[in-house]
Design a protein around this ligand. Structure first.
Ligand SMILES: *Cc1c(COP(=O)(O)O)cnc(C)c1O
Length: 416
């Protein structure tokens, strides 16, 4: 069959060698290809399908909404699913006095947050606060604004000249070593130029599940307040229980100025994201004063009612099952199975946070062998460089989880 797809994040050498399996349907934690072969979705389809596939309640919500209203814009109009979802998201924030701007993909929520942070200061009449701060290795999406604050060398090298110079960075903190000092130094020195710090809270996903302690986030939040810098927390990958708390930032007991959500927001079934921003910021975007400070920003499908209906239902299910607790439980089971791998010669590190388990190997070729071995056994994982990780849907059963961990362990031990 002719295939005209340009596959994202897929190498031609691999595509040419093995055409990608055609996935025909999904059910629970499994995906099925057209030959009927079953794959356990051990990475929740790029971290979004927290409730697995074909969840009956999400399907009903989507079908019911589809029969009523498929799309209607949010510019000077509203719709019930978007209103309800904005309320649900606000209720989950430590400061409930927030405003939700919907977008479509994670990257578009990040773009909105960056632009809102920049304009917030021009609204206040401050010039020159047009740069950002982030940690090296942060990933915030693949659009150019997001790449400027989340430059991943392996992915973004060709765009370096376009995106560089707008973001101050420091290395991921090692709290036994220098702690917060390097960050404070950069923020203080450049506070007149930095409008916002943007972070992946507690775990840098795309650059290999690199984790850091909540203390750093707490220090960062305090420094930002002191220096009049906004704090944007990108919960797109870590939100909705993944780290063992509903939001990762809760573990640092902070109140962010802006939160970005996406991925698991709809249960992972439809593209929808949001930037959630505090009222004190929102109020500056007004045309009631001398100047028109309206935020002229938006996406055609922002607040799409079908996607919002799916998200409203997903958030209800998350509450009923207590995603944070379930996630923590999955995590401790994974840790029990996989921590012994840390002792192996060929393993550099084994890291755990919430329901994330990451095994970092010395040899990148071994990672590829493990990937192929697991795929042949019916497990879908997607290594990041020399890191192989698990982020299973939170509906995974104990026996399925222990099979997955046992087979991963065997594969790691045998393939290296
Ligand atoms: C995936 C991701 C994004 C980008 O989301 P898309 O929906 O792929 O555009 C942004 N930030 C983080 C932390 C992510 O993991």
């Amino acid at each position: 069959m002719a295939n005209n797809i340009w596959h994202p994040y897929s190498r031609l050498s691999v595509l040419n060698q093995t055409p990608p399996p055609i996935i025909e349907r999904g059910s629970g934690i499994y995906l099925y290809d057209r030959s009927g072969k079953r794959y356990m979705d051990a990475i929740s389809s790029w971290w979004c399908a927290l409730l697995g596939h074909s969840h009956p309640r999400l399907i009903s919500a989507i079908v019911e909404q589809t029969e009523k209203l498929q799309h209607s814009i949010l510019g000077n109009l509203s719709n019930y699913p978007a209103e309800k979802l904005s309320r649900l998201l606000a209720e989950k924030m430590p400061d409930r006095d927030v405003h939700v701007m919907f977008a479509s993909d994670g990257a578009s929520a990040v773009e909105a947050s960056l632009k809102a942070a920049m304009q917030y200061y021009t609204n206040r009449g401050l010039q020159g606060k047009d740069s950002f701060f982030s940690l090296k290795g942060d990933y915030h999406g693949d659009t150019l604004g997001a790449v400027s604050v989340g430059f991943v060398p392996g992915f973004h090298e060709p765009f370096k000249s376009f995106t560089s110079g707008k973001c101050f960075t420091v290395e991921l903190p090692d709290y036994n070593d220098k702690g917060f000092a390097p960050t404070w130094e950069i923020l203080e020195k450049n506070s007149e130029r930095i409008c916002a710090a943007i972070v992946e809270p507690l775990c840098q996903g795309a650059s290999g599940m690199r984790m850091y302690p909540p203390e750093y986030l707490r220090d960062l939040s305090e420094a930002c307040k002191e220096l009049d810098i906004l704090l944007i927390v990108d919960e797109i990958a870590m939100g909705f229980g993944r780290t063992g708390s509903y939001w990762a930032f809760e573990q640092a007991e902070i109140v962010p100025d802006i939160v970005c959500v996406g991925k698991a927001l709809t249960g992972g079934y439809l593209p929808l994201s949001a930037m959630i921003c505090r009222d004190s910021i929102y109020q500056t975007f007004s045309d009631l004063g001398e100047r028109d400070n309206t935020f002229y920003h938006g996406h055609t499908f922002a607040g799409n009612p079908i996607a919002c209906a799916s998200a409203v239902e997903a958030m209800a299910v998350y509450d009923e099952m207590d995603v944070a607790e379930v996630s923590a439980g999955i995590g401790s089971q994974m840790k029990e199975h996989l921590l012994p791998l840390k002792e192996k010669q060929s393993v550099l590190d084994a890291r755990f946070l919430g329901s994330i388990a990451a095994i970092e190997l010395k040899d990148p070729d071994a990672v590829n062998n493990i990937y192929k071995d697991l795929l042949s056994k019916g497990y879908l994982v997607r290594p990041l460089g020399n890191v192989i990780y698990l982020m299973p849907p939170l509906i995974i059963e104990d026996t399925e989880l222990s099979d997955l961990c046992k087979d991963l362990s065997l594969s790691v031990i045998n393939k290296i």
